[in-house]
Design a protein around this ligand. Structure first.
Ligand SMILES: [Mg+2]
Length: 238
C-alpha cells in the first residue's frame, strides 16, 4: 500500500528538491548576542558570493533560525522580521537573495508568557524544516521579490506524519538537500530531518568542531564559501 502524503495538496512521490537550509547567526552574519538592530548586522566575508554560486547551481536558500531573544523579551517578532528583511535586501544586492526564512521564537526555560514553550521547532528539533518542506510542496512560498517569513504552524501530529512520510519509500529524495550551521544543534536538526549537514567554522563553529564526536557532521568547512563549493561538487560526483 502506498503511504499518502499527510498534507494537502497531495504531492507526487519522487519529489527531488534542491535546497540549502542555512542557519543565520554565525553562519551568514557575524555572531552578535541577540542581534536585532540593523546597524549591528555584519554579513561575513565571502557569504554573498557563496550564496550566489548555490543559487546559480539551482538551490533554494532557506534560513532556519532560533530566535530565543524574542522569547526572552529582548526584541519582538517584528524586530526579527525587519532584521531578516534588511539582511535579505543586502544579499539581493549581491544577487544572493533568500527564498524564505523560518524562525523559532520560543525558549523552554527562559521564555516569557506564550513564548515559554517546549516547542518542536527550536533546533535541534525539526519543526522549521518540516514547515519549509510543507510550504514548498504546497507552493506557499512566493517566487517574487517579497521575502517569505514564517514560524512553524504545523501541529505536532502533522509534523510527525510528515516525518514518517519523509522516511517512507514514497517520500522525497533529499540527496540534493543540505543544512549548514555553526552549531551542533543545526547539524542535528538537519540530520534528524534527513539531509546531509555541514558544520561551518565561523561563529561558534571552530569551538563546536573541537567538542564534536567523530561522525557527528557530514563535512566541516572553514567558511560558507568552502561549504558551497563542497555542495556543488557533490552533484557532479553523483
Ligand atoms: Mg548560529
Amino acid at each position: 500500500m502506498t503511504k499518502e502524503h499527510p498534507l494537502d495538496p497531495n504531492p507526487k512521490s519522487g519529489w527531488q528538491p534542491k535546497i540549502v537550509f542555512l542557519d543565520r547567526d554565525g553562519t551568514i552574519n557575524e555572531e552578535v548576542n541577540y542581534l536585532y538592530k540593523p546597524e549591528d548586522l555584519v554579513i561575513l566575508p565571502g557569504v554573498p558570493e557563496a550564496l550566489r554560486e548555490l543559487k546559480k547551481a539551482g538551490y533554494l536558500l532557506i534560513l532556519i533560525t532560533n530566535q530565543a531573544g524574542i522569547a526572552r523579551g529582548y526584541y519582538t517578532e517584528e524586530d526579527c522580521i525587519r532584521l531578516n528583511l534588511v539582511l535579505d535586501t543586502e544579499l539581493k544586492r549581491a544577487g544572493a537573495g533568500l527564498n524564505a526564512v523560518y524562525y523559532c521564537p520560543h525558549h523552554p526555560e527562559h521564555g516569557i508568557g506564550k513564548y515559554k514553550l517546549h516547542c518542536h521547532c527550536r533546533k535541534p528539533e525539526t519543526g522549521l524544516l518540516l514547515q519549509a518542506e510543507a510550504d514548498l510542496m504546497s507552493c506557499r512560498i512566493p517566487s517574487g521579490d517579497m521575502l517569505y517569513q514564517s514560524r512553524c504552524i504545523l501541529s505536532e501530529a502533522e509534523q510527525k506524519a510528515l516525518s514518517e512520510w519523509n522516511r517512507s519509500p514514497e517520500g522525497p529524495d533529499f540527496t540534493n538537500c543540505f543544512m549548514i550551521g555553526d552549531k551542533l544543534g543545526d547539524i542535528l536538526a538537519g540530520r534528524r530531518f534527513g539531509v546531509r549537514s555541514i558544520l561551518v567554522g565561523t561563529g561558534y563553529g571552530e569551538k563546536e568542531q573541537r567538542a564534536a564526536a567523530a561522525g557527528s557532521y557530514d563535512y566541516y568547512a572553514d567558511t560558507l564559501k568552502e561549504a558551497a563549493k563542497w555542495i556543488i561538487r557533490q552533484q557532479s560526483i553523483r
